[in-house]
Design a protein around this ligand. Structure first.
Ligand code: GTQ
Length: 344
């Protein structure tokens, strides 16, 4: 053994290791995520969801969800290094029992309508395309008194909270929480560019609106498509906001909705926040490149895909489409490390 090897092996039992052997990997010249582009076609996923509906009840499962795992991160319940994604199914008459946890959740309604999620005593009825928030540490249960299966995308900061080792959870003694306020109260208080005169933010860093209806978001995108310049990279894209701060609606997760006009052939971009996309309406394609490798996903309604950090993506849509997406951008902004590059 030479001097160095002797040093390494002598100090190894002391849990010491030489930085110079790993420095390049620790501080890479540019982001080098293990996460890969991934695509879930809804027509492939849906039969498994319906089989899950026969295999277990929502109550027994607590949350009957098929987790979308990044193919390069299997076994970690992670769709990117920082984010979780799953598709949750609830059937008529079922209840997913009340619990709370430190992790924040978003629900983006993919199929069906009439189920509800209850947050802190207020129910929000689900319609396809609605974006609903479960703030950190609020009691929440899901139920369904209407007809047909309802499926939504669950986006949570589970890997982030796990990374910080900061997660707590608690089951409620009640199966469903008591309704304390009529549906729509939060939206009336905070959803009209107005706010109560004397009250602090009820959920801290999280938006006091927990349902952002699709109808309103869609209307804004439609009008902007007609009346404002279309961005060459994003089409018409808006971010959801916390009306009390103008910032992100959730402390850990940014959410967006965009419309690609018919005939859109976007320019390429890359960003340090990997993003999960849910196709709401229409169809199109995304080309993702990283070094020599290229992925192309042809998407339609209810399909899901991932654009990982620092992969170049281009969106196209001959017939027009609407996309919802989410990422960990609020955290990267807070740390001052978010970076974006738009190719001409
Ligand atoms: O609805 O509370 O997909 O706690 C994963 C963990 C959903 C939920 C998930 C959860 C939930």
């Amino acid at each position: 053994m030479n001097t160095r090897e002797q040093l390494y092996s002598d100090m190894d039992p002391h849990h010491l290791t030489p930085l110079w052997e790993v420095l390049h990997a620790l501080v890479p010249k540019e982001p080098n995520t293990p996460c890969v582009p991934a695509f879930w076609k809804y027509s492939d996923v849906r039969p498994f969801l319906m089989r899950a509906g026969e295999a277990i009840t929502a109550e027994e499962a607590v949350r009957r969800v098929l987790v979308m795992e990044n193919p390069a991160l299997r076994g970690q319940s992670a769709v990117t290094q920082s984010l979780y994604a799953g598709l949750q199914l609830i059937l008529p008459g079922e209840v997913a029992p009340s619990h709370r946890h430190t992790q924040s959740a978003l629900r983006f309604i993919v199929e069906g309508s009439g189920a509800y999620t209850a947050v802190d005593g207020e129910r929000a009825t689900m319609h396809a395309g609605d974006f609903i928030i479960t703030p950190s540490w609020t009691w929440h249960d899901h139920g369904h008194d209407a007809a047909g299966p309802v499926v939504w995308l669950d986006g949570l900061d589970i890997p982030m909270v796990r990374f910080f080792d900061a997660g707590f959870a608690e089951n409620d003694a009640r199966k469903s929480q008591a309704v304390a306020r009529p549906e729509g109260t939060s939206f009336a208080r905070y959803g009209h560019n107005m706010a109560p005169v004397r009250s602090a933010a009820p959920y801290g860093a999280t938006s006091p609106i927990f349902s952002y209806p699709y109808e309103r978001s869609r209307e804004a995108l439609d009008q902007l498509e007609r009346s404002a310049p279309v961005d060459e990279w994003d089409g018409v894209k808006l971010r959801y906001v916390n009306p009390l701060t103008g910032g992100w609606p959730m402390p850990t997760i940014a959410t967006f909705m965009q419309k690609l006009p018919a005939g859109f052939a976007g320019k390429g971009w890359r960003q340090t926040d990997g993003a999960v996309y849910s196709v709401v309406e229409g169809s199109g394609s995304v080309d993702i490149t990283r070094g020599e490798r290229t992925w192309r996903f042809e998407f339609g309604p209810r399909d899901h895909f991932v654009v990982p950090s620092w992969h170049t993506a281009r969106l196209s849509s001959p017939g027009g489409c609407v996309l919802f997406s989410y990422s960990d951008r609020p955290v990267q902004h807070a740390l001052g490390i978010h970076h974006e590059e738009r190719l001409s």
